[in-house]
Each structure stands twice: as structure tokens, then as C-alpha cells.
Design a protein around this ligand. Structure first.
Ligand code: SF4
Length: 396
């Protein structure tokens, strides 16, 4: 095994080819010299394709509903309908949050929400009915349209699995969309596992959404949730599936590598979190397995040592809000943006603000953007496609 790893390390240093599945598999336990070689190669690829720039999106988060028909055992976002905190935000609440974001220089409004709660809970169906809707996604469409009409923000929707019709409905009112693939492991949907009885976490459903988004020309964000019980091989299979979808449609604008977090009260509250070394290994392998033009993101608020991620070839800190908490991980505050800019600079890299749609996709607007949004977004972008008004501080 050592010989095999030694040979692989030599290859990592010399080769410029993408990492094969078999090479990536052999690196599952890489540490010491092997890990250092892996990280160095990932940084080299980042430098070639993304330069010395690390991006982030200044955004405001709107948790449109915290009810969901799924019950993932690592989730602390979701509320049962009998919980007094279970809700749908009203249009006024959406606008109030959006305006706070505008006042702080945000360009993006991220709608995050549970999946189809009305199909499982009469309380959710009733709450929607009071708002004048039958489905959450129809309400989401109208809230995106409201944000576009009344504010300068660009909606990005994170609504989970979507049908063809739902994508067609949401595309004209959103600049980009996202759904974490999380994992392709069907094993994790068995009884006693994190995705048991979660219809929207069946891997085939999530892979179908990835395909549909590609077929319909949607700039798409996806990613892996690591440390929920998947094996290294299953993690690589998830990366390979994302890459294959991107090879068919060219639509994956970014991949997030997100680490599982323990939280009190969740089903997995005692499950071990991934180590920093595991995060570094996964980020670097993702950099080398995925097409290099796919932006690679790791959240800075889920590890006090996030600056280390820069050594593994990631090029984006994701969405950071100067206004709202991370509703998915509310105990983990965003780093202040000016401090993130300083620590990124200390690593020899420059923080820059991007829009929710990446420059490459804006350049191919005819395929990846609804015509009604093109002029508006072009006005917000500078010549290289990043945000025209750069905000790199905690407040403006
Ligand atoms: S992780 Fe997403 S799909 Fe799973 S329960 Fe939470 S909101 Fe629902």
C-alpha cells in the first residue's frame, strides 16, 4: 500500500492530468507527505484557473419556510408544524429583510426553505392557503418576483428537488439556483440512517434535479455534505456524478464542500464531525476531480480553522451575510467580511465580491439567463463579471 501511495505522490507532483477515480480512492487516507503533495497540486490548479483571487457573495438570507416534509437527522433548520416557531414568512417580512440587506450593500437574496411541507402537513397547506397559494414553490416564485420588483437584489433559490415545470417557473425570476446533492449513497436512506424516510433525499431524485437544471440552462450550485456516515468511495461517487452532469450540460457553477456539524437536539448530536484533515483532503480531491472551471467553495463559518482551506485549492467563501445569521447553522456566526479579507490577504490571496451568477455564465447569458434579467445583471457587473460595487467590509 505504501509503495502504491509513494508512486501516486510522485505522479501528483509531476502530472497535470485530472485525478482519476482510482487515484482519488487511493488518497482516502493520505496524510503527511502524500497529503502535502495533494494540497500542492490542488493549489496549482486553483492558481491556473482562478488566479490569486478568492470570491464571496454578499447576501441576505430569507428562510421562506422552516417546515419540510423531510426529516434529515442532522437538520436543525426544520421545525415541526406543532412548534410555535414553524412558519412561512409573509411578503412584508421578506421585503423587510431584503431592504436590510440592500442597506448593507448585499447584491444577492438567498431563499432557503424546506421541501414541499404542504404535501405532508395540513398546517403547512393551511398557512399557504392563507397567503393565497397552493404550493410552496408558487409562493417562492412570487416572492422572487416581488424582490426583483421592489429591490436591487438578485434572487438565488435553494428549494431542493424541482420538477421541469418548477424550474421553468422559477428561472425567469432567479439569477441562479442551487440544491446540495449531499451524497449519492442510497445506504444513507436506510432505516436508522440520516436520510431515512426523506423522499427528497433519494439520490436519484436529486440527480434528476441536477440534470433538469442543466437541460434548462440554469447556473447551478450544488455540493457535498461530508461526515454524515458516507464512505470515502461514496464521497468520490458523488463528486463523479456532479462532474458527469456538468460534462453533459456545462451548468455547474459551483460545488460546496460542507462539513457536518453537531448540534444539540438533532438526531446526530453525538455523531463525530469531520476532522480538518478530512476537509482538506476532500476539498483538494474535489479540486482535482471536478472540471477546473467549477468554482470550489467551503463555508468559513463552520470551522475556526477555515483559513487552512485555502491550502487545499478552494477559490470561494460562498455567501456571507452582514445582516442575517446562517439559518442552517445558526450557532456558527459568519466571520466579519473585513476580517476574512485580511486573513485571505495574509495567505497571499485577494478577496473579491462576486454576484450570485458567476462571470463565465454571465458571458453566456443567452443560454444561462432569462432575457428579462440580462440588462439588470450586466449593470451590476464590472467588465470581468464580478460585482461592480465591491463591498469588502462588515458594513458599508
Ligand atoms: S436538511 Fe433540508 S430537506 Fe432535510 S429536513 Fe432539513 S430542510 Fe428538510
Amino acid at each position: 500500500m505504501l509503495d502504491k501511495l509513494d508512486h501516486l505522490v510522485k505522479n501528483l507532483i509531476m502530472s497535470t492530468e485530472p485525478l482519476s477515480f482510482f487515484e482519488a480512492h487511493a488518497l482516502g487516507s493520505a496524510s503527511g507527505t502524500a497529503l502535502a503533495a495533494l494540497l500542492a497540486r490542488a493549489v496549482k490548479v486553483r492558481r491556473q484557473h482562478w488566479g490569486d483571487r478568492i470570491t464571496y457573495s454578499r447576501k441576505v438570507f430569507v428562510p421562506l419556510t422552516n417546515m419540510c416534509r423531510d426529516t434529515c437527522t442532522y437538520c436543525s433548520f426544520v421545525k415541526s408544524p406543532d412548534d410555535p416557531a414553524a412558519n412561512y414568512m409573509t411578503p412584508d417580512q421578506v421585503l423587510e429583510t431584503a431592504r436590510k440587506g440592500e442597506a448593507q450593500g448585499c447584491k444577492e437574496l438567498l431563499f432557503s426553505l424546506g421541501e414541499r411541507p404542504e404535501r405532508r402537513y395540513p398546517e403547512a397547506a393551511l398557512a399557504l392557503q392563507k397567503l393565497g397559494y397552493k404550493t410552496t414553490n408558487e409562493y417562492l416564485r412570487d416572492m422572487c418576483a416581488l424582490v426583483l420588483r421592489k429591490t436591487s437584489l438578485l434572487p438565488h433559490v435553494n428549494a431542493g428537488t424541482l420538477t421541469d415545470d418548477e424550474i421553468d417557473m422559477l428561472r425567469p425570476v432567479s439569477a441562479s439556483m442551487g440544491m446540495m446533492l449531499e451524497t449519492v449513497s442510497r445506504r444513507l436512506a436506510r432505516k436508522g440512517m440520516p436520510h431515512y424516510a426523506c423522499p427528497d433525499k433519494t439520490p436519484v431524485q436529486r440527480l434528476r434535479t441536477l440534470e433538469r437544471a442543466g437541460e434548462r440552462g440554469v447556473p447551478f450550485t450544488t455540493g457535498l455534505l461530508i461526515g454524515i456516515g458516507e464512505t470515502w468511495k461514496e464521497r468520490l461517487e458523488s463528486l463523479a456524478a456532479i462532474n458527469a452532469s456538468h460534462a453533459r450540460h456545462g451548468h455547474i457553477q459551483e460545488v460546496i464542500i460542507q462539513n457536518f456539524q453537531q448540534k444539540p437536539g438533532i438526531g446526530m448530536e453525538n455523531h463525530p464531525e469531520p476532522t480538518l484533515e478530512d476537509m482538506l483532503r476532500t476539498i483538494a480531491v474535489a479540486r482535482l476531480m471536478l472540471a477546473p472551471e467549477i468554482s470550489l467553495q467551503a463555508p468559513p463559518n463552520l470551522s475556526s480553522r477555515h483559513v487552512e482551506y485555502l491550502k487545499a485549492g478552494m477559490n470561494d467563501w460562498g455567501g456571507i451575510s452582514p445582516v442575517t445569521v446562517d439559518f442552517i447553522n445558526p450557532d456558527h456566526a459568519w466571520p466579519e467580511i473585513d476580517r476574512l479579507a485580511s486573513s485571505t490577504a495574509a495567505a497571499g490571496l485577494a478577496l473579491q465580491e462576486r454576484l450570485t451568477i458567476y462571470p463565465d455564465f454571465l458571458q453566456r447569458a443567452a443560454r444561462f439567463l432569462d432575457p428579462s434579467l440580462t440588462a439588470r445583471i450586466n449593470d451590476m457587473a464590472r467588465a470581468d463579471g464580478l460585482a461592480r460595487q465591491q463591498c469588502l467590509g462588515g458594513a458599508i
